[in-house]
Design a protein around this ligand. Sequence first.
Ligand SMILES: C[S@@+](CC[C@H](N)C(=O)[O-])C[C@H]1O[C@@H](n2cnc3c(N)ncnc32)[C@H](O)[C@@H]1O
Length: 213
Amino acid sequence: MLITATRQPRITSVAALLIAVAGALPLVAQSPDVNKLLREIKAADTDLLSVSEEDGRFLRVLAASSGAKHALEIGSAFGYSAIWIGLGLRETGGRLTTIEYDPARAKKAADAVRRAGLADIVTVISGDGFEKIPKVSGEFDFVFLDAWKKDYKRFFDLVFPRLAPRGLFLAHNVVNKQAEMRDFLAAINNNPALFTTIVTPSGEGMSVSYKKK
Ligand SMILES: C[S@@+](CC[C@H](N)C(=O)[O-])C[C@H]1O[C@@H](n2cnc3c(N)ncnc32)[C@H](O)[C@@H]1O
């Protein structure tokens, strides 16, 4: 079980459906060059840092359908999820700032974003999110948290005050690494200003919370 308290988010039937069909979907939703690039990033990612393709698709769907304009990602790694989010934002006129602690990874992420034709949409910042986020101005309406799991609660505390009303706060690995982030899961469950569900497009689990008005 994810959490034993009665207010735990539910793993929805939509999530089960996503698991069932995502593996069967061909990569037709973007240009052949971008598909090739996404596959290249995955092939080189021997430490398996990047989200799954199913989770990437889910991020794109949410970024586009929520109409996000000012997105933040914490933990870019090689830019895989940033590209999926950027593809969604291309349809909304939105922008993504993504922050990566490791300078070599940040450089690879920036190169990948350029190759994906998303340099006008996605900005990669090299550095520690705790230091860099306060320097990014404005409210966020879409946040994807995918840094080290023990830091999730601290990142949530830092970003939540800047989440716009109806803004989405997403966090990765909330099922397969829940033991490393119990304080974060309690925080999103117990915050009366948030409504949260958990989906599992590929089993790792993503919390999806929106800030009530
Ligand atoms: C799981 S990977 C991110 C994968 C990426 N979201 C994707 O799906 O393509 C986690 C990344 O977070 C970075 N990270 C960890 N702590 C961080 C921090 N405090 N600020 C910025 N990045 C951080 C790590 O260096 C690592 O590259």
